[in-house]
Design a protein around this ligand. Structure first.
Ligand code: AMP
Length: 401
């Protein structure tokens, strides 16, 4: 068995992990620790085609989860195969535009970026520090969600607010989901048999978090998520774009505190807030089918906003080679794809309903009708990108020694 990379993706109460061989892209094991910090916490994983759960000891935190994962890897004699660890880190600010070997200075820099991603970066750091304790001898690499968008031109990343706020306080658009967009546009170019530097795509990552990115000749030139992962499309629980004036109205007329507004826009809005039912697209589709008008409205608004953003990114190109759908909703919801593309006829995007409704799950597919530009469904694989980039960086480091 060849050398493997352990990929870690830490959220505030979860830790996703997988062991991937970058040489042949095979996944040796993958799993998730959920509801961390609570006695309900659990760890489940799939190894050798079998699903199993691992014990999680008090205090049920990220460190306890990693201890349990290490014990499992040791018992299965897998520890020696792991050559390095690749971490997903959400916010790299302007400092990090490529995968970076972790040391105390880099970790400190990631910590200083926490105000830009308060829900994500602290959790990423917890995962990194827990892994340093669990695997003190292994090299560890941070792969940043924002890195792919560091090619955005100034006219795309600056907001219409005083320039000093950018110059002195780094307030600008950074964009997220970079690893996913990078993966799917490269797959799309491969699928269409064209070099990536001759392709223009608009990529829509639609999951619990959602973003659209314009990718010109392989480089991100505009993207819908902003300085924080709140801007842009309507998401599972996040509002996406709203008139900033609403924030003042909530505070001044309705007496909301700042913290309450933050919670409202991040956790109680989007599909959940609109439907009053769920943030989960699948549940809403079922409710809409059963006649729930609010669920139906939420899906319509979600699709309209996504279509509007896709159409707005047409300004980035003279010619477009295709649009891409990925993420849990983009890959699996034929209804949402149909609703979005119905708004895009002016961009010469039309889909074949039969193809759209009868996809083979997990494969790349073009659902465009004959007269349309390609409309591709591409299953994303952020873990593979993290494993590859970790492996690549370490190979370069070895060459340079
Ligand atoms: P992600 O964050 O990428 O894991 O995506 C999660 C979202 O994908 C949730 O809203 C799910 O309801 C949605 N999703 C997953 N499978 C389906 C499906 N078959 N039909 C509609 N939505 C789906």
């Amino acid at each position: 068995m060849q050398s493997q990379i352990l990929v870690i993706n830490c959220g505030s109460s979860s830790l996703k992990f997988s062991v991937i061989n970058p040489a042949d892209k095979s996944v040796m094991l993958e799993g998730i620790a959920e509801q961390l910090q609570s006695p309900q916490g659990s760890i489940t994983l799939k190894y050798q085609q079998t699903k199993q759960s691992l014990p999680l000891k008090s205090p049920y935190d990220h460190q306890a989860a990693l201890d349990s994962i290490v014990k499992f890897l040791t018992e299965q004699s897998l520890m020696a195969l792991i050559q390095a660890i690749g971490h997903r880190v959400v916010h790299g600010g302007e400092k990090f535009n490529q995968p970076t070997l972790l040391d105390t200075q880099v970790i400190d820099n990631i910590k200083t970026l926490s105000p830009l991603a308060p829900l994500h970066n602290p959790a990423n750091v917890i995962g990194i520090e827990a892994c340093l304790k669990a695997f003190p001898d292994l090299p560890q690499v941070a792969v940043f969600d924002t890195a792919f968008h560091q090619t955005l031109p100034q006219h795309a990343y600056l907001y219409g607010i005083p320039l000093e706020l950018y110059q002195e306080h780094s307030i600008r658009k950074y964009g997220f989901h970079g690893t996913s967009h990078y993966y799917v546009v490269n797959k799309a170019a491969e699928y269409l048999n064209k070099p990536i530097n001759q392709c223009n795509f608009i990529s829509a990552h639609l999951g619990n978090g959602c973003s659209v990115t314009a990718v010109k000749q392989g480089q991100s030139v505009d993207t819908s998520l902003g300085m924080t992962p709140l801007e842009g499309l309507i998401m599972g629980t996040r509002s996406g774009d709203i008139d900033a004036g609403i924030i003042f109205d909530l505070a001044e007329r309705l007496g909301y505190q700042l913290e309450e507004i933050k919670t409202l826009l991040n956790k109680q809005s989007g599909l959940l807030g609109l439907s009053g039912l769920s943030n989960d697209c699948r549940e809403l589709e079922q409710a809409a089918n059963e006649g729930n008008a609010r669920a139906s409205l939420a899906l319509d608004i979600f699709a309209y906003k996504a279509a509007k953003t896709i159409a707005s990114f047409a300004v980035c190109f003279n010619q477009l080679d295709g649009i891409i759908f990925t993420g849990g909703i983009g890959e699996n919801s034929s209804l949402i794809r149909e609703k979005i593309t119905q708004h895009l006829a002016l961009l010469h995007i039309n889909i074949n309903s039969d193809t759209n409704n009868n996809l083979e799950r997990g494969t790349i597919c073009n659902i465009a009708s004959a007269a349309s530009i390609p409309c591709l469904i591409i299953p994303t694989n952020e873990e593979l990108v993290i494993a590859n980039q970790t492996n690549q960086l370490l190979s370069e480091e070895k060459r340079n020694v």
